[in-house]
Design a protein. Structure first.
Length: 211
């Protein structure tokens, strides 16, 4: 995003982060929301964030995604029974996908919101040569939120060497059951400047009832 703080960028008149948080704040079962920000931002978080909801708390994130999640976990109440991890740069996650993932985790099954692969996927080597074409019907794109029974996620992060870009992978290594939840193909992660325009268009289509 050219060095910009993408979660603070404007989207349909509100910061991206507000859109990302809203589906969770709309669920009455959510009792605490911890937002991990870069050190400078956490020291002086924007008023629109701190005033958004009394359940929202801001903590200082780490140098990696895993470190930021670990910092957020430490700030959650000890009696939390379900924990959802969500990318602040995903402002389009559907309400029903969030609810379905929480339902699964409340029943003891870790859940990952994502969508089925519709393109053929190629596995390649370091030179870019194709070494395998996996069966597409068994492939999904993993997104967020990823939702877990709290004890399971805390156990995964109890290992100080735990590191990764996907929380579900950490619990998979523990032998835990993880199920995919279909969140549709519009749960976009904002990565490039043009993604903001795409997200704006998707929001407009949602408002019009097209998608």
């Amino acid at each position: 995003m050219g060095g910009a703080r993408k979660v603070f960028a404007g989207l349909a008149g509100e910061p991206v982060l507000v859109h990302a948080l809203r589906p969770f704040l709309a669920d009455a079962r959510v009792t605490s929301v911890v937002v991990a920000l870069a050190s400078d931002d956490a020291a002086a978080p924007p008023r629109w964030l701190t005033a958004l909801d009394e359940r929202v708390e801001v903590v200082r994130g780490g140098a990696t995604r895993t470190a930021s999640v670990r910092a957020a976990l430490a700030a959650l109440p000890d009696d939390t029974d379900v924990i959802a991890v969500h990318d602040g740069a995903r402002p389009l996650v559907p309400l029903d996908a969030v609810a379905a993932a929480i339902d699964l985790a409340a029943g003891g099954v870790a859940a990952v919101v994502g969508c089925r692969a519709v393109d053929t996927i190629k596995r390649v080597d370091a030179r870019g040569d194709v070494v395998e074409t996996p069966e597409r019907s068994a492939l999904w794109h993993a997104q967020t939120p990823q939702v877990f029974p709290a004890a399971l996620l805390r156990a995964a992060y109890a290992d100080p060497s735990a590191e990764g870009t996907d929380d579900a992978a950490l619990v998979e290594h523990m032998g835990a059951r993880v199920r995919m939840v279909d969140g549709g193909r519009f749960n976009l992660k904002l990565t490039h400047p043009g993604d903001l325009a795409l997200a704006e268009a998707i929001l407009g289509l949602r408002t019009a009832g097209v998608v």
